[in-house]
Design a protein around this ligand. Structure first.
Ligand SMILES: Nc1nc2c(ncn2[C@@H]2O[C@H](COP(=O)(O)OP(=O)(O)OP(=O)(O)O)[C@@H](O)[C@H]2O)c(=O)[nH]1
Ligand SMILES: [Mg+2]
Length: 197
C-alpha cells in the first residue's frame, strides 16, 4: 500500500500534476486491513485496533516524482454481514488490495473468493494486489509464501507479504500506485496550473 521509494508523504517541491487514485481494501475480518491503512497514513500501529463498521475512508497525498498522487482509500469491513456493501466501494476503484492473514488459511481462501468477485464485477482495468499480512508472526505461519505467490502468478495479481506491526512492505515498497500500474488508470490527471491549485 505504500508508495515506491521515491514517494514522499509531505510534498515540499512544487508538483506539476495531480492524480487521484481510488484504492479499496478487502479481506476477511481481523486480517489487518485497517492496521495497514493506519500504518500507511499515520505510521502507527494499534494492538487493539477496533473492527470496522461498514467502511472507513482515508485520504493520503504522496509525491511521486513530478506528480502528487491523492490516494482515496476505502477500508472495508471484513464481517460477513457487510459483504453486500462491498461493490459500492470497489466500483470505480483503480486498485484493490485483498488482504489475508498468513496464520489463518481460511482467510487465504476468503481472499481468493474476493479476487474472483473483483475479476467478475469490478472494473476490467482494476489492478489487484494480494497482501499476506502479519508476516511478523512467522512462527505461527500456516500459509506458505510460495503457495500465495504461485496463486498470484497464476491469477495475474501483485503479491507481497506485509506486517502492519513492523511496517514491513508498508512504507517503502511497490504497492499499487499509478506509476506501478501498467494499465492506464488515473481518473483525473491535470496540472496545478489547470486547476489553479
Ligand atoms: N502481529 C500482527 N498483528 C496485526 C497486524 N495487523 C493487524 N494486526 C492485529 O490484528 C487485529 C485486527 O486488525 P484490524 O486492522 O482491525 O483488522 P481488519 O482486517 O481491519 O478487521 P475488520 O475491520 O474487522 O475487517 C488487531 O488486533 C491488530 O492489532 C500485523 O501485521 N501483525
Ligand atoms: Mg478494519
Amino acid at each position: 500500500m505504500a508508495t515506491r521509494g521515491s514517494g514522499r508523504p509531505n510534498c515540499t517541491l512544487p508538483q506539476t500534476k495531480i492524480c487521484q487514485f481510488k484504492l479499496v481494501l478487502l479481506g476477511d475480518m481481523a486480517v489487518g486491513k485497517s492496521s495497514l491503512v493506519l500504518r500507511f497514513v499515520k505510521g502507527q500501529f494499534d494492538e487493539f485496533q477496533e473492527t470496522t463498521i461498514g467502511a472507513a475512508f482515508l485520504a493520503q497525498s504522496v509525491c511521486l516524482d513530478d506528480t502528487t498522487v491523492k490516494f482515496e482509500i476505502w477500508d472495508t469491513a471484513g464481517q460477513e454481514r457487510y459483504h453486500s456493501l462491498a461493490p459500492m466501494y470497489y466500483r470505480g476503484a483503480q486498485a484493490a488490495i485483498v488482504v489475508f492473514d498468513i496464520t489463518k488459511p481460511e482467510t487465504f481462501e476468503r481472499a481468493k473468493a474476493w479476487v474472483k468477485e473483483l475479476q467478475r464485477q469490478a472494473s476490467p482495468n482494476i489492478v489487484i494486489a494480494l497482501a499476506g499480512n502479519k508476516a511478523d508472526l512467522a512462527e505461527k505461519r500456516l500459509v506458505e509464501y510460495e503457495e500465495a505467490q504461485t496463486y498470484s502468478e497464476d491469477t495475474g495479481l501483485l503479491f507481497m507479504e506485509t506486517s502492519a506491526k513492523t511496517a514491513m512492505n508498508v512504507t517503502n515498497c511497490s504497492w499499487p500506485s499509478p506509476k506501478r500500474c501498467q494499465k492506464p488508470t488515473p481518473r483525473t490527471l491535470h496540472t496545478q496550473h489547470d486547476t489553479g491549485a
